[in-house]
Design a protein around this ligand. Structure first.
Ligand code: MV4
Length: 458
């Protein structure tokens, strides 16, 4: 059952490729980077033991090009593949191809990726496992079925695409008379976007909090949770700030949510690291999605648990048991992550260009995971995240003070970034108090706040 991993091909770029290379190096495992021609000078190419070009800048022709990635793994003699996050990380077909080619996929089994990629099947499976789900339906067979469901559940309802996720393909309906037409539109849009027009109904929660639980599972049936993260500060379904542990939840509710996440993973026989996302509404919580990958925000969990999640993910993929992880994890202090993006801090539009000057913050309790350097050219081909600033403090108040101090030290010149937005958030009373919900930015980032972000916090 155990299969040693000696050489890992990293099918990704940017900070997560570096993160995986660093874990490999510490484990005594060789690393193989892949890169597009746009990334020929990238740090993941320089820091890996070997690097193979897999195509041009356009992701569909390089980082998403499965035949080229498999060929690169074969040429380099890799025995395993790490998908990182994004790109092919949740593509069951890629995991399957890796297995067929004798490559250990560092992630869950393809059937679990496929199950969680199908939001209707995921919902049904969780309900059977005794994990709370919102009142809703299976795949709609007709608009009339949605109307009947809305009458039973009550308004508002939300229409979601079964093949969607992460906020893609959702429509809120507040007026019963609009529901049939909205179902037809949602089905057509889902068909066009995902090649699958399946749509379902759920009761809509107006002001939820996004709480997610980090799960670690081995291939011997062992499952533990590594506490939870609070990810409610988002904009257009992109997380902006994440923290661990969550703030403003009762201990009782946190324990219940963690137990539900473990139950979810055990029910399906999940293996590898994963995240179970919940919507929290007052003192109630509901299963939302399960992410079958290492996530961008895994670092806040690492800071409060002391566990190297990527190293553990690799170890678990080689068939090892939970071992030292098999215990009740307790939070040591508080961690906050700021996603620093190359974007307009107010309009949130991406800002490609060249970084002319750069200074990363440092000092006690500060971690910066980033692939950029002075002179780095931000390409429009890829997402706009430049760096993750992760601060750790003995408690949340100290973490916030450290966050402000580190944000003051952080310099990126030559392109616009969202650093002013983070500086502003770090001083917002509603953020400092904790207990904010998913409407935080749209609620507080009004015209006056925008002026303040542009002037005071730059
Ligand atoms: C919801 C919801 C309210 N009610 N479902 C957004 C991402 C995707 N995972 C599901 N999402 C939501 N689903 C019901 N039944 C509100 C959201 C939502 C949201 C969730 C988490 C974090 C930020 C969000 C922003 C807007 C909407």
């Amino acid at each position: 059952m155990s299969r040693p991993i000696r050489k890992v091909l990293i099918a990704n770029r940017g900070e997560i490729a570096l993160r995986v290379i660093r874990a490999c190096r510490e484990l005594g495992i060789s690393s193989v980077a892949v890169y597009s021609t746009v990334d020929k000078d990238a740090l993941h190419v320089r820091f890996a033991d070997e690097a193979v070009c897999v195509g041009p800048g356009e992701a569909s022709k390089s980082y998403l090009n499965i035949p080229n990635l498999i060929a690169a793994a074969e040429i380099a003699g890799a025995d395993a593949v790490h998908p990182g996050y994004g790109f092919l990380a949740e593509r069951a077909d890629f995991a399957e191809v890796c297995a067929k080619c004798g490559l250990t996929f560092i992630g869950p089994k393809p059937e679990h990726m496929a199950l969680m990629g199908n939001k209707v099947r995921a919902r049904e499976t969780m309900e059977e496992a005794g994990v709370p789900v919102l009142a809703g339906t299976g795949v709609l067979k007709s608009p009339d079925e949605a109307v009947a469901a809305a009458k039973r559940i009550g308004l508002p309802v939300i229409l979601k695409a079964s093949a969607g996720g992460g906020g893609r393909g959702m429509k809120i309906v507040r007026d019963l008379s609009r529901l049939p037409q909205t179902v037809e539109t949602a089905q057509a849009e889902a068909q066009a976007a995902f090649g699958d027009g399946s749509v379902y109904v759920e009761r809509y929660v107006e002001s939820p909090r996004h709480i997610e639980v980090q799960i670690v599972a081995d291939c011997h049936g062992g499952v533990v949770d590594l506490l939870e993260r609070e990810c409610s500060i988002q904009r257009r379904h992109q997380k902006v700030i994440e923290e661990a542990p969550s703030t403003g939840l009762s201990d009782e509710l946190r324990q219940e949510i963690r137990a539900a996440a473990v139950r979810a993973a055990k029910a399906i026989g999940y293996q590898s690291v994963g995240t179970v996302e919940f919507l929290v509404d007052g003192d109630k919580f509901y299963f939302m999605e399960m992410n079958t990958r290492i996530q961008v925000e895994h670092c806040v969990t690492e800071m409060i648990t002391g566990v190297d999640l990527v190293a553990e993910q690799i170890r678990l993929a080689s068939g090892e048991p939970l071992g030292h992880l098999d215990r009740e994890h307790k939070a040591r202090g508080h961690a906050i992550e700021c996603r620093i993006n190359a974007e307009d801090p107010v309009m949130f539009s991406p800002q490609p260009g060249t970084i002319t000057a750069l200074n990363f913050p440092g000092g006690f309790g500060v971690r910066v995971d980033s692939h950029v350097y002075g002179g780095y050219e931000v390409s429009p081909c890829y997402d706009s995240m430049l760096a993750k600033l992760i601060v750790h403090g003995a408690d949340r108040d100290r973490a916030i003070r450290r966050m402000r101090r580190a944000l003051e030290e952080f310099v990126v010149e030559g392109i616009k970034t969202n650093l002013p937005l983070h500086r502003w958030i770090s001083r917002q009373p509603a953020f400092v108090e904790g207990g904010y919900d998913t409407h935080f930015l749209e609620t507080y980032l009004d015209a006056d706040a925008v002026r303040s972000v542009l002037e005071e916090h730059s």
